[in-house]
Design a binder for this molecule. Structure first.
Ligand SMILES: Cc1cc2nc3c(=O)[nH]c(=O)nc-3n(C[C@H](O)[C@H](O)[C@H](O)COP(=O)(O)OP(=O)(O)OC[C@H]3O[C@@H](n4cnc5c(N)ncnc54)[C@H](O)[C@@H]3O)c2cc1C
Length: 399
């Protein structure tokens, strides 16, 4: 293993891979990704379901999405972008007003094909859904799905072709700082000297940052997803459907992990009868648990019962139910850029949006590291220092 690299990226998930890709695009080759697992995709990226949307509340999330969706749509690498749409619905007038205001903002920032929809239109978009209590909603036609593992692989392959190196089975256990600057990272296979280190360790970012006395407010939280098989085929163009009040959501299922192992095999869900559903369980506390609990199935079905017979009558595919870690920040926005230690950068805290925002994140980090700031998009509001300044962002449309 190399004992020195100009830039060390800690963590080889979709975010670390994107940072490396964008550095390589700028011609920086002396970059080393250190990944503690024996292969990529064992962190949150491998658990992600692959939703991508521009329907957010804050300017920065909308702009990160606009850039990233455009990138994913036009990328020469096939990341299986499938614009099936995102439907948010409201069950109170207050929620509906909130969604309408968001659409106005999204349009003003350049989001195309996002519209306010009434209950009749919602019933047509999702035949069979109980719409009695629905006051209205919004539909983003360019929102949809991507394959998180394909995005990660695309970035990794591009980075490796550009001269970046990646080492597996190497755990970073500490950061060495001298005179306020990073000098090296301590790993399970010895010390690696560097001028720059980027923390891309997802839900476990706070642990690593603390070894350089940096308080990074990222907390891991389990997120469980139920996978079921419906009696009849799902509506052909079923989008992601989200209750903005409870966060309960459902969408057609696709098994990226199985498909990655055997890309020729027909991906489960391709007969149009498999569905994923979940909601942000308020009983979940900060933890690194990634086991799936059967009791969650009961909780989800209680909500499904109120929403659609086709969901409630579906049969759980227990072996495909999954859990992974969200990497939450206090204001549910990413924490990007420099910190008080010279040469140390963070790309964390995506709070469930790290795959969809990985293109913008990678480019932002490359520009911040090489030029001092991101010029394609002002991401300064996402800096770690916002917490000390009390300048937290506010986003309600997280699920
Ligand atoms: C159930 C679920 C559904 C989700 N759905 C979506 C979605 O629809 N859309 C979306 O955009 N996002 C979604 N997310 C969020 C998304 O998965 C994350 O935001 C994203 O994967 C974060 O990527 P990452 O590279 O930062 O983290 P990770 O993928 O976790 O990668 C971090 C890497 O760092 C490595 N690592 C950790 N510690 C060390 C160490 N000390 N030394 C070396 N390596 C280390 C890990 O092994 C891992 O490979 C979902 C998450 C979950 C759990």
């Amino acid at each position: 293993m190399k004992k020195r690299a100009q830039i060390v990226i800690i963590g080889g998930g979709v975010v670390g891979a994107s940072v490396a890709f964008h550095l390589a695009e700028r011609g920086v080759r002396d970059v080393l990704i250190l990944e503690r697992e024996t292969e990529q995709g064992r962190g949150s990226t491998g658990a992600a379901t692959g939703g991508v949307r521009a329907q957010f509340e804050t300017d920065i999330n909308i702009r990160m999405s606009l850039y990233s969706i455009d990138f994913l749509k036009n990328w020469e690498h096939n990341c299986e972008y499938d614009p099936k749409g995102y439907l948010f619905f409201a069950t109170t007038e207050g929620q509906f007003d909130y969604l309408r205001r968001n659409v106005e903002k999204q349009r003003s920032l350049g989001v195309r094909d996002v519209s306010v929809v009434d209950t009749g239109e919602i019933a047509k978009i999702v035949p069979g859904m109980n719409c009695e209590d629905i006051t209205g909603g919004t539909f983003g036609a360019h929102d949809g799905f991507i394959n998180p593992l394909a995005v990660m692989r695309g970035f990794a392959e591009g980075a490796l072709c550009g001269g970046v190196s990646m080492e597996f089975g190497v755990e970073v256990i500490g950061l060495n700082v001298e005179n306020g600057r990073i000098t090296s990272v301590e790993t399970s296979r010895g010390t690696v000297e560097c001028d720059v280190a980027v923390i891309c360790t997802g839900a476990r970012a706070a642990e690593i940052a603390s070894t350089a006395d940096i308080e990074l407010p990222v907390s891991p939280q389990r997120r469980q997803i139920v996978w079921s098989r419906t009696r009849e085929p799902l509506p052909e163009h079923l989008p992601m459907v989200i209750d903005i009040g409870s966060g309960f959501h459902f969408r057609p299922a696709r098994d990226f992990r199985g498909a990655m192992k055997n890309p020729v095999a027909t991906a489960p869900g391709s007969d149009g009868r498999e569905v994923l559903f979940a909601y942000p369980d308020p009983d979940e506390t900060t933890s690194i648990r990634t086991d799936f609990e059967d009791s969650f199935i009961f909780k989800v079905y209680e909500r499904a019962k109120l929403r659609a017979d086709f969901l409630f009558e579906s049969e759980v595919v227990r072996e495909r139910c999954r859990a992974g870690l969200y990497e939450n920040s206090p204001d549910h926005h990413a924490i990007l850029g420099a910190c008080e230690v010279g040469g140390l950068y963070t790309a964390n805290g995506f709070s469930g949006h790290g795959v969809m925002h990985s293109p913008a994140t990678g480019r932002a980090l490359a520009e911040i590291i090489l030029d001092g700031e991101a010029s394609f998009l002002d991401v300064s509001c996402l800096s770690l220092s916002r917490f000390a300044r009390g300048e937290l962002l506010h986003e309600t449309a997280f699920i």
